[in-house]
Design a protein around this ligand. Structure first.
Ligand code: B12
Length: 348
């Protein structure tokens, strides 16, 4: 069975920079947090890890006889950012979704899982899966502390990391120390969240978090549409304003892959069929795999940042006002009004 150092070397080839080990015991505090936040409605309509807190906080429910959880973190901040396009209304994508960062994370951990299986152990990889609360197990493995923005921040590296786990019956020495809180008295993320979704340090009200609002099926509440601005998927504000994540994140970057999808041509998306959208953005979480939710978001973006004098923008909005999907038609009507509003000459 590979040593922890050997595991670190193996996964480094997949740009995984941090590895820790946690005991596979029940995450009792997280279980009660999930239950109490659900009771308080802070999960809004989200299921994910909230669906079955008994399951998502017990590694042994995922892998029978589990002894250890090997936790890995992979940075997704890029060394340079792609230039924003200078034509047409373009929609902004959250950094974690510029490409499928979970794929290399899982691939690296799967190499280790194979080695553990060859040594006679059970070993299963989970990343962004409802089976385990990733931040909580990473916290137990000593990888980082919970920031006030709820993200797990890695000492000396910040929060722009995706997290994944390998739950195994193999026995590894567990981490016994927890990372110290590094936020101190800073509350920038709380103050600068565009929708005041951080209702207490480390506590997100999902109903107000743009990241969830843009994923959630249904109508986008009117009070959040302007705050969405040019975002179509993901919101980075609580990390972008974090002095630690920005300063230290710059030392823990990955090379910018020219194929990343940091911007979405909103008009092209609205003109495209479902297959075209799924081909490009299918690795995102899209509720029910219904592409209409991305079209809905694109309509809000067009209303917020489209050029009111651009005939292409106007005709696309008019086309969607006549759409048989009542949700899309309503968002298009909102976009038309917003364009009109933004077109008004400013008072002298
Ligand atoms: C549901 C979910 C969401 C929801 C809800 C987020 C949330 N905060 O719960 C939505 C859709 C809004 C979301 C958004 C984002 N997500 Co998300 N999401 C998840 C998912 C699937 C489950 C998270 C969960 O169980 N939350 C339940 C609650 C109870 O947990 P929590 O908020 O982390 O709360 C902890 C703290 O409050 C802490 N705590 C308790 N008491 C106290 C007290 C204090 C003072 C403090 C500071 C903390 C603290 O303990 C709690 C339990 O661990 C995980 C994947 C997974 N399987 O775990 C990814 C995950 C958490 N998301 C991730 C990412 C990248 C994001 C976004 C940055 C994406 C984006 N750019 O839009 C945003 C960040 C929003 C934010 N500030 O949290 C990463 C986070 C990586 C990291 N370094 O932390 C994860 C781990 C995915 C992954 N495998 O990499 N996400």
């Amino acid at each position: 069975m590979p040593t922890l150092d050997e595991i670190r070397q193996t996964v480094a080839e997949f740009d995984i920079t941090h590895v820790g080990v946690a005991a596979a015991d029940v995450l009792a505090d997280t279980r009660s947090t999930l239950i109490s936040r659900k009771a308080a409605g802070l999960n809004d309509t989200m299921e994910f890890t909230y669906r079955n807190p008994e399951r998502s906080t017990d590694p042994a429910r995922a892998v029978e006889g589990a002894r250890s959880v090997i936790v890995a973190a992979r940075p997704y901040l890029t060394d340079t950012d792609p230039e924003p396009p200078n034509s047409g209304p373009h929609a902004r994508v959250g950094r974690y979704a510029w490409s499928d960062h979970y794929a290399p994370l899982r691939a690296g951990l799967r190499v280790v899982a194979k080695q553990l299986k060859a040594a006679g152990h059970r070993a299963v990889v989970f990343a962004d899966d409802n089976s385990i609360v990733d931040r909580a197990i990473a916290h137990r493995a000593g990888l980082g502390w919970f920031g006030k923005n709820a993200n797990l921040l890695l000492p000396g590296a910040g929060s722009f990391f995706v997290l994944g786990s390998l739950i195994t019956t193999a026995d590894y020495e567990h981490q016994h120390t927890t990372a110290n809180d590094g936020c101190g008295s800073c509350t920038r993320c709380i103050a600068d969240c565009p929708t005041a979704a951080i209702v207490a340090p480390g506590v997100i009200d999902a109903a107000k978090c743009l990241s969830w609002i843009m994923q959630k099926p249904g109508t986008i509440p009117l009070e959040f549409r302007e705050a969405m601005h040019d975002r179509i998927y993901g919101c980075d504000d609580c990390q972008d304003v974090c002095p630690i994540s920005i300063r230290l994140g710059k030392r823990n970057t990955i090379a910018l892959d020219p194929t990343v999808q940091a911007w979405v041509d909103a008009l092209a998306l609205l003109d495209a069929d479902d297959d075209w959208i799924a081909d490009r953005y299918g690795y995102w979480y899209i509720a029910g795999r219904e592409m209409r939710w991305l079209r809905r978001n694109a309509l809000v973006v067009i209303g917020n940042v489209g050029d009111p004098a651009d005939t292409h923008v106007r005709s696309m909005v008019e086309r969607y006002r006549a759409d048989p999907d009542p949700i899309l038609a309503e968002h298009a009507t909102w976009a038309a009004r917003r364009l009109d509003q933004r077109h008004l000459p400013t008072a002298p």
